[in-house]
Design a protein around this ligand. Structure first.
Ligand code: NAD
Ligand code: WQD
Length: 346
């Protein structure tokens, strides 16, 4: 069964690699592109081992139009793209906003231009983020796609908002273009094979990689940022979604974009579990699921943190026929297995 060719930008990255695996399993011919600015070719070996098939891959920088154009020249039968390629470090984006605007906006502009240049109909699935909602008003929780987009709290978040607007306007103007923007909540975990997973450079900024590195003895202890928030246990609440469940939603989105159902050419979906977990709850799940000791202490609040946010994934459940249903203990075990594999821990 061959369902057509799909371009995946950022294919060697955390979510991209898991998505390439799921797309391949679903019968799509994937062309992966990455410039390895935040990943390594090793991840491609992991993908190939899991799928047991060769992977078509081109090293290219999406922010360089000529480089991306060569991909479309080589594969004019690309029917849809999933656009993961972007810089994503919130703190760095505050220090170096231009780096974020240049890469995240230019890469998308190039992709839209090349997707529409020959007059063929093509789809784009865009990696957006729950960050576009900012701090939701409590009455808006769980948060629906119709909730207001709040002024971004970082240049990174602003690029996601701007990219959504650019895609909206270009879709309205170009009848051949169909777009699905997916707003991810907090992706965590690794493939059950432990052959691919999250590989943060330097000190992890995100919770789960910090937990697994602490459990592996690389970090002394986890600092829980703030325990005086207005939440039941005082720590922040998020919607943690398994990366493999998230990857499967991309297959459903591509199926929809290439199918005949659905009349809107620009759609937005929240991708989350629908359940909020506090930092402390997640830490306790990790300890009980893995049986590993995890030293932690409470530290001051981290500037800019949202107090609580979790998704209403009802629209994705209904329209995409997709649901994130992997139990969090399994997800956390997968993250730990990946960390052990990377560190050579038995
Ligand atoms: P990642 O950094 O692991 O993957 C992104 C990949 O894109 C990397 O392999 C990087 O080398 C590549 N890349 C960056 N700029 C490129 C360019 N100009 N040309 C070619 N390749 C380029 O990040 P991820 O966690 O897999 O995130 C994927 C997407 O999802 C990003 O757009 C990110 O903003 C978005 N997102 C991530 C999260 C999260 O928490 N991980 C949450 C919401 C949204
Ligand atoms: C989760 C919770 C921290 C580390 C970020 C981006 C967002 C989106 C997802 C891309 C918070 C707490 C963390 C630590 C801690 N990415 N924490 N100690 O902040 O929800 O979202 O990733 O679009 O844009 O901002 O994720 O994993 O950093 O934090 O206590 O060492 O864990 O305070 O409450 P966040 P996170």
């Amino acid at each position: 069964m061959n369902k057509g060719r799909v371009l995946v930008t950022g294919a060697a990255g955390y979510i991209g690699s898991h998505t390439v695996v799921e797309l391949t399993g679903a019968g799509y011919d994937v062309v992966g592109v990455d410039n390895f600015s935040n990943s390594s070719p090793q991840m491609l070996d992991g993908i190939r081992q899991i799928t047991g098939s060769p992977l078509t891959f081109i090293e290219a920088d999406c922010s360089d139009r000529n480089q991306l154009a060569r991909v479309f020249e080589q594969y004019p039968d690309i029917r849809a793209s999933i656009h993961f390629a972007a810089h994503k470090a919130v703190g760095e984006s505050v220090q170096q906003p231009l780096k974020y605007f240049e890469n995240n906006l230019t890469s998308l502009l190039n992709l839209i231009g090349l997707s529409t240049a020959d007059g063929n109909s093509r789809g784009i699935v865009f990696s957006s983020s729950c960050t576009v909602y900012g701090e939701p008003d409590p009455e808006n929780l769980p948060i629906k796609e119709t909730a207001p987009v709040k002024p971004a709290t970082s240049p990174y978040g602003r690029t996601k908002q701007m990219c959504e607007e650019i895609l909206h306007d270009c879709t309205a103007a170009c009848p051949g273009l169909k777009v699905i923007a997916l707003r991810y909540f907090n992706p965590i975990g690794a493939h059950p094979s432990a052959l691919i997973g999250e590989m943060p450079a330097g000190v992890p900024q995100n919770l789960v990689p910090y937990i697994t590195q602490t459990a592996a003895g690389i970090r002394k202890e986890l600092k829980i940022f703030g325990n005086d928030y207005p939440t039941p246990d005082g720590t922040c609440i998020r919607d943690y979604i398994y990366v493999v469940d998230l990857a499967k939603a991309h297959v459903a989105a591509v199926d929809r974009i290439l199918g005949t159902t659905g009349s809107d050419r620009y759609e937005i979906f929240n991708l989350g579990t629908g359940t909020g977990l506090s930092v402390l709850e997640l830490v306790n799940h990790f300890i009980s699921a893995t049986g590993v000791n995890l030293p932690y202490s409470f530290a001051p609040r981290r500037a800019g943190d949202i107090i609580k946010v979790w998704a209403d994934p009802g629209k994705a459940n209904r329209v995409l026929g997709w649901k994130a249903d992997t139990p969090v203990d399994d997800v956390l075990r997968s993250a730990w297995e990946w960390e052990k594999k990377v560190r050579g821990i038995r």
